[in-house]
Design a protein around this ligand. Structure first.
Ligand code: AMP
Ligand code: MN
Ligand code: MN
Length: 332
């Protein structure tokens, strides 16, 4: 049985704002991932059961392959125009307004109250009016389920699909060390409602293009070992032409972590616009949050990221310098 933990006063305040909104606007981080989309889908469908008219506007369109999880209102994205009409803004899976990229200015200019629903380490400069936060939650989708429960919205198969999508993706199908009892209990609740992890695995991980294996191979052959083999790094130039291929970087990072000596796995990828995206992962007890935040990013203890300015060789140098400066391997 999934029994959500009791809400603290700050969380109750956030729930009250969400429950009172007629037209909540949901916003996630740039290049929205399955946790953004799954938590938004669950909240949007759940709140519409109570008569609200939710709307979703993310900084970017969802990657292909997420249409199976779309809520009734659809996954909208920024087309550079005015924000959709709204009386509340709910930020899902982010707590730094800068991660909404081109939307940030318009969001901050809105007179509507702003609620953050998130499980990342919090930044020092809050921009929100209310916060529903738990760093122990495996995914923002878990927080979505807790909010709906607090509003007396029962999980059904549709809502559960969003929750489980968020859960499986942020826990790597329950393999990462953020997987906890609540994640498993909530997943069991979703299974009881007929939502199968196998179906989500099929949608997310088994619909790839024929060039995927060769692309993974190309990334893996770029593996460099640093720090006596404890750090593994893949640097991906734009010329490699893998830019649009979803999931290949995550899988490469999984392979790097499969090496016994490796406790920090890094993927530095040159984006189309010349900036460089760092994805960092680690094995317990190594931590990569400090590394990512030192480079202007953030995330979780063992899964973090940052966007660096280019060109790629300079970004690589900055990464290596930061790696020297921070202690990714705290010894207790
Ligand atoms: P990624 O490597 O993009 O899958 O991100 C790993 C984790 O770090 C996710 O929880 C992201 O939300 C977070 N993250 C990625 N990039 C950034 C960034 N620039 N700033 C803050 N957090 C980030
Ligand atoms: Mn995310
Ligand atoms: Mn997340």
């Amino acid at each position: 049985m999934w029994t959500p933990p009791a809400l603290d006063a700050r969380q109750q305040e956030a729930v009250a704002l969400i429950g009172a909104a007629r037209r909540p606007l949901f916003v996630g981080h740039e290049r929205p991932d399955a946790d953004v989309l799954g938590s938004q889908a669950a909240l949007a469908d759940g709140l519409s059961r109570r008569g609200a008219e939710p709307v979703i506007c993310n900084p970017d369109a969802p990657e292909s392959g997420f249409s199976f999880a779309a809520p009734a209102c659809g996954f909208g994205w920024d087309k550079g125009r005015r924000l959709p009409q709204h009386d509340l803004i709910v930020f899902c899976d982010l707590s730094e307004v800068g991660r909404t990229a081109g939307l940030a200015e318009r969001l901050l200019a809105s007179p509507a109250k702003k609620v953050v629903v998130d499980h990342h380490r919090l930044p020092d400069d809050p921009f929100w009016d209310a916060l529903f936060w738990d760093v122990e939650a495996a995914a923002t989708g878990v927080l979505a389920a807790r909010i709906l429960h607090a509003l007396d919205v029962h999980l059904d198969a549709e809502i559960a699909r969003g929750v489980l999508l968020a859960l499986v993706s942020d826990t790597g199908f329950f393999r990462f060390d953020n997987t906890n009892a609540e994640a498993l209990e909530l997943a069991a609740e979703c299974a009881r409602l007929g939502v199968r992890t196998a179906d989500i695995f099929r949608e997310l991980k088994q619909g790839r293009e024929a060039r995927f294996p060769a692309a993974l191979g190309a990334l893996l052959t770029r593996t460099e070992y640093l720090d006596e083999g404890r750090v593994a790094l893949i640097v991906e130039e734009r010329e490699l032409g893998l830019g649009g291929l979803v999931g290949v970087g995550d899988l490469a990072l999984d392979v790097l972590r499969s090496v016994g000596e490796v406790d920090v796995a890094l993927h530095l990828r040159e984006l189309e616009d010349g900036r460089c995206k760092l994805s960092a992962r680690s094995k317990e007890p190594a931590e990569v949050h400090g590394l990512a935040s030192g480079l202007g990013g953030g995330g979780h203890s063992r899964a973090a990221g940052a966007t660096l300015s280019g060109p790629l060789p300079a970004a690589r140098e900055r990464l290596l310098r930061e790696l020297d400066a921070v202690d990714v391997r705290p010894r207790s």
